[in-house]
Design a protein around this ligand. Structure first.
Ligand SMILES: [Mn+2]
Length: 257
């Protein structure tokens, strides 16, 4: 797929993009997405997963992170499948611990690896880390939509700063950190609009913060496809339609049945 650089994918004015967020090891929801994709996976359409496909958020007994990870690795060979980096994959790369409800998810992930691969687990972890390092962090569509795990970061002056954002490394990279961890409150509506202007977009789509299906904050659409506060939603983004702002994206939100 055409890119603006290693970290930013460019999508042309053609077809649709199915946008799905935060699976967090939920293989049941992942299967539903693949079912949906079956009918839409023509050459000009795209499937985008916006990161955080590992680390179960409810109970570690139900953590299918490794099954999803193996499946998405296979799908990455297709040009119209796009897997973005989330903060949980980033935490695996940087060896940071992430906690949810008192559980150390990084330790849980290592536990899964030990169970499945035994003595080979460290080797396997390294293989996954290398895979995560190949993932892009954002997508810019020709009709002006910016798609990332979370964010936006403040102090971005041009889209060029996103194109090769991981070149400066993963650990001490404030811009990358903000792009993967920032939630509304860390930034304002005005920050979103400033960012969009600098990167030449009209609206943006993120996951990361659990909401009831979706939440529109002016020109930022937050979507929860699996780990959510209620309903589970995704976006069927029409890449050929003019996008003037967040409201045009709201019309493209769909719910899982
Ligand atoms: Mn996240």
């Amino acid at each position: 797929m055409q890119g603006y650089g290693k970290d930013l994918i460019k999508l042309p004015c053609e077809g649709i993009a199915l946008i799905v967020t935060d699976l967090h090891g939920n293989v049941h929801d992942f299967d539903k997405i693949l079912e949906l994709w079956k009918d839409l996976s023509t050459n000009k359409n795209h499937l985008i997963l916006t990161g955080d496909f590992i680390h179960a958020m409810d109970t570690s007994e139900n953590d299918h992170s490794l099954e999803i990870l193996e499946a998405v690795k296979g799908h990455c060979q297709f040009d119209n499948f796009h897997l973005l980096l989330g903060n949980h994959e980033w935490a695996t790369i940087t060896h940071r611990s992430v906690y949810k409800g008192g559980e150390n998810q990084s330790t849980n992930f290592e536990g899964l690896l030990k169970n499945k691969f035994g003595a080979e687990w460290k080797h396997k972890l390294e293989e996954y880390v290398n895979f995560f390092k190949k993932l892009p962090v954002a997508i810019k569509t020709d009709n002006g939509v910016f798609i990332s795990h979370s964010g936006p970061p403040k102090d971005v002056n041009s889209i060029k700063e996103i194109m090769n954002i991981t070149e400066k490394g993963y650990s001490n990279n404030p811009l990358l950190f903000e792009l993967l961890w920032n939630r509304y409150g860390d930034y304002t509506k005005k920050d979103v609009d400033n960012f969009l202007e600098k990167v030449g977009c009209k609206a943006m789509i993120v996951g990361h913060t659990p909401v009831d299906g979706y939440k529109l904050i002016r020109n930022q659409l937050i979507v929860s496809s699996s780990f959510s506060k209620g309903k589970k939603a995704y976006v069927e983004l029409d890449l050929e339609k003019e996008i003037r702002g967040g409201r045009d994206l709201k019309r493209m939100v769909k719910y899982f049945k």
